[in-house]
Design a protein. Structure first.
Length: 393
């Protein structure tokens, strides 16, 4: 019995030495990441995404304005073409009448007479006063008609030239507006590229911070696990030593042990049922069909959407017409608070709106976010939205 006691004592000592020799878990990384830093980076990302959405909206508006300018330029070109054709016709008419008038004078001159003298001779050879008056009236009418016709043709030609000059001036002004709009759009796109770079940098920073935070959490969890193992080993050593002391004093008696287990269950939390109208259900079902469709500036079809192109397409698919751009969609239906939305409501950022999506319930909304992204479902935070509109009833 004494030998057995010595054996257990030696074993316990070895176990104790092993516990004491167990290395502690590596200390936390020197530059720890706080949740506040991660939240700040997320805030930067949200700000950059908001700026990109605003720039995307400006680009879409510029594209729409550019299309209108193109239509106006085409109309102006058509008008210039019509005016030039009228000028050519006026020139032909004037040339034709000048030719007739010239031939008449040429004929008189070939007879060696001047036109006025010929007209005078014609008058003085009249047989009586009645014939004189008749010839005088006819000659006067011919001369007046020629003069009026020539003057009228000249005036018409000049008026057409003036109209053509005015049309060309207006056309030049439209081209200048178009060039200015193109320069503005290029500037917007350059700004957007810079913000996208900053956004990418912020996302990389967030990923690094989250990775570092996960490493810190893993370190803390491992340290806790090691501490628990050390505590369990210490308790086992103490229990073993107590048992050996008891065995040296008396015959050990078997202990009845009962195992008790506690059933830990997490009660299921049932989300409140969301009651949707048929229209809302159709809108949400239709919107979800286009998850993954890429964002495209000015896009209004399933080959690519911008934010308002997506919402107008979805609502039109269920028989509800919406204006083309988000700022106009903001004024449709009944204006409501972003905190009172129901499934199927439109939700907006900005006033006037620069971004729009569709609330689908459960604290989520679906939208076409920005260039480089796709139609997707995101968490809905009422404080991030300026207004909402209920189009369906």
């Amino acid at each position: 019995m004494i030998k057995k006691f010595i054996k257990y004592t030696v074993s316990a000592a070895v176990l104790a030495a092993t516990i004491q020799a167990t290395p502690t878990f590596a200390s936390p990384v020197e530059s720890s990441v706080t949740q506040g830093q991660i939240d700040a980076t997320k805030g930067q990302i949200n700000n950059f995404e908001t700026k990109i959405q605003q720039l995307d909206n400006r680009i879409s508006l510029a594209m729409e304005k550019s299309q209108k300018l193109n239509d106006q330029i085409k109309t102006q070109q058509d008008k210039i073409g019509e005016t030039e054709a009228e000028i050519e016709e006026a020139k032909k008419a004037l040339d034709a009448h000048k030719k007739v008038y010239s031939e008449r004078l040429k004929s008189i001159q070939l007879e060696g007479k001047q036109s006025i003298a010929t007209y005078a001779e014609l008058l003085f050879t009249s047989n009586d006063l009645s014939e004189f008056l008749t010839r005088f009236t006819a000659i006067s009418q011919i001369m007046e008609t020629d003069t009026n016709l020539l003057n009228g043709l000249n005036e018409k030609q000049q008026a057409l030239k003036d109209a053509e000059e005015k049309l060309h001036n207006e056309f030049d002004q439209l081209k200048k507006s178009q060039d200015a709009l193109a320069a503005e759009q290029k500037s917007i796109e350059e700004d957007k590229v810079e913000i996208e770079k900053e956004l990418a940098t912020a996302k990389d920073t967030l990923q690094s911070q989250e990775t570092q935070q996960q490493a810190q959490i893993a370190q803390q969890q491992e340290a806790q696990r090691q501490a628990q193992l050390a505590e369990q080993a210490q308790q086992a050593l103490q229990a073993q030593q107590a048992q050996q002391v008891q065995q040296t004093q008396q015959q050990s008696q078997p202990k009845s042990s009962s195992k008790s287990g506690a059933s830990n269950s997490t009660p299921a939390v049932n989300a409140p049922a969301i009651t949707n109208t048929d229209a809302a259900s159709k809108i949400i079902a239709t919107a979800k069909q286009y998850l993954g469709v890429p964002y495209v500036w000015g896009g209004t079809t399933p080959s690519g959407f911008d934010c308002s192109g997506f919402t107008s397409y979805v609502f039109r698919a269920v028989g509800i017409g919406l204006p083309r751009v988000s700022r106009d969609q903001q004024n449709v239906g009944t204006r409501i608070s972003p905190s009172q939305v129901q499934p199927g409501d439109l939700v907006f950022k900005g006033s006037p709106a620069y971004h729009v999506g569709i609330y689908i319930g459960g604290g989520l909304y679906i939208h076409a976010p920005q260039t480089g992204d796709v139609v997707k479902i995101a968490a809905y935070n009422p404080s991030a939205f300026s207004s909402a509109a209920r189009v369906i009833r």
